[in-house]
Write a protein that binds this ligand. Sequence first.
Ligand code: MN
Length: 253
Amino acid sequence: MGAGPCILVSNDDGIHSEGLQALADALGEHGEVVVVAPDREQSAVSHSLTLHRPLRIDELGPRRYAVDGTPTDCINLAVHVILPRRPALVVSGINKGANLGDDVTYSGTVSAAMEGTLLGIPSLAISQVGRPPFDFRIAADFAAKLARRVLEQALPADTLLNVNIPRVEPGQRPRGVMLTRMGRRRYGDAIVEKIDPRGRKYYWIGGEELSFVAEEGTDFAAISTGHVSVTPIHLDLTNYASFAALDGLARGW
Ligand code: MN
C-alpha cells in the first residue's frame, strides 16, 4: 500500500455503515484510502464542530479510525492529526438515503465534504436515494469513476460535488448523469405528537416521506427521472440577487 494519492473517506452514518465500506473498497483502486468516520450514527448533525469536550481517536485497523465526534470533527482530525500526508481528495458517504434540496443544509454527509472544501481539498458527497435494504454497488462504482476524474482534472475552487444516486430496479442502470441545482423541499406536517407512558407529550421530527417542489434542473427532478444528480455546491451563502432589493436597508444610518 501507500500507492497513489491519499483519499480520505468519511460519512455521517458511522464507521460500521456498509455504505462507507462499499465506498472505501471502490476507491481503493485509485489511491491509498484512509477511513476516518464517526463511531456512531451522526446523520443530520450538519456542520457542527465539537468544542466543549475532548475527542478520542480509536484505531480499528490499518488506515481505519473511529472518532467519537461529528463528520466535521473527523475531517479536521484526519487532516491535522491522523494522516501522514495531505489528502488529494475527500469523499463522504455512501449515505443511506438522499441528500437533496434544502435537506443539504442538515446533512452531515455533505458537511464532511464542506469541511474538506474549507481545508482546500477537492471533496465529494455521495448519497444513495431510497430506503433499506440499500444496494450500494452502482453508487460505489460511480463514486470511483468520479473520483478518478476529479483527481485528474481537479474541481473549481471552493466547490464540492453533492452526488445523489437514484434507486433503480435490479439489473437496471441510471439513465444518465445530470448537473443540477438544489431543489426546494415541500414541508408538511413533519412533526408527530404522541403521549409517553407517563402521560407527557413528546414530539418526533420527520414523520413524513420526502416531498419536493417539482422544478426542472433541480437535483430532485434528476432523481425522479432516474438520473444521477451532481450538484456543485459552494460555501458562500450570500444572496447576490438580493443586493438591489436591500439597498435601502443600508442607507441613511
Ligand atoms: Mn446519514
